[in-house]
Design a protein. Structure first.
Length: 229
């Protein structure tokens, strides 16, 4: 039986043609892990949620989650294969695409609230630009552990409800933190490195990213998700 919230989301966002994670199209972008995280969810539920629509609070490495000892150990030892990683937290009310990023590592998301992921492949970049008509949308139910491959272009999950969404974010240690030195531009990709292990192209409407130095590379409408509840 289809998730009733998913059906509401479909109805409110026919323009996005939202699919489920079971759709064959998702296999290019990532996979779902059979991992439940009730302790981490309980910690995430205590996070402060931004009041403003579009507001986001992201901590690349949130040591408050370290109290979830068994779940964090499984993430580090099994899901991330015993290499140095960070477990961060996110609370937000994102509703626009705004940008796309990629990392030179997989990103594992522990989704505590329903969300929609807007995704594309790095192989679809044309001179480090992308038409937003190529984006694909996927509904992620609460309680889902989803891995996005390093070839997947993504940005903030969009909140399905007015309450916003919370998640834990697992990445290679140091990802999404300030650069330790100015990047020497030798090839065009170097212009996209906004933070450590974070290459970004943004939409011209995303003023906060343009001001931060992100390269404008998204062409077409800045895709928007309408909340379902």
């Amino acid at each position: 039986m289809a998730d009733s919230l998913f059906l509401q989301c479909l109805k409110a966002n026919a323009h996005l043609k939202i699919k489920t994670l079971e759709a064959p199209e998702f296999k290019v972008f990532g996979r779902v892990h059979d991992f439940k995280f009730p302790q981490i969810t309980a910690c995430l539920n205590r996070l402060e949620m931004p009041h403003d629509k579009g507001g986001e609070i992201y901590i690349p490495e949130d040591h408050n989650l370290d109290a979830c000892t068994a779940e964090c150990a499984y993430i580090r030892e099994n899901l991330y294969g015993q290499v140095p990683c960070q477990i961060g937290s996110y609370a937000g009310r994102a509703y626009k695409l705004n940008a796309l990023e990629y990392h030179k590592c997989s990103e594992i998301l522990l989704i505590a609230d329903p969300a929609v992921l807007l995704l594309a492949s790095i192989r679809q970049l044309d001179q480090f630009t992308l038409n937003t008509a190529l984006m694909q949308a996927f509904y992620v139910p609460a309680g889902t552990c989803v891995e996005l491959y390093n070839t997947t272009l993504h940005f903030s999950p969009l909140a399905v409800t007015e309450q916003g969404m919370r998640q834990a974010v697992v990445q290679q240690q140091g990802t999404n933190t300030p650069k330790t030195a100015q990047t020497a531009v030798r090839v065009p990709e170097d212009e996209l490195l906004l933070e450590r292990n974070k290459w970004v192209i943004c939409h011209e409407e995303a003023d906060f990213l343009v001001k931060a130095g992100a390269k404008v590379g998204l062409i077409g409408p800045n895709l928007t998700l309408h909340t379902a509840a």
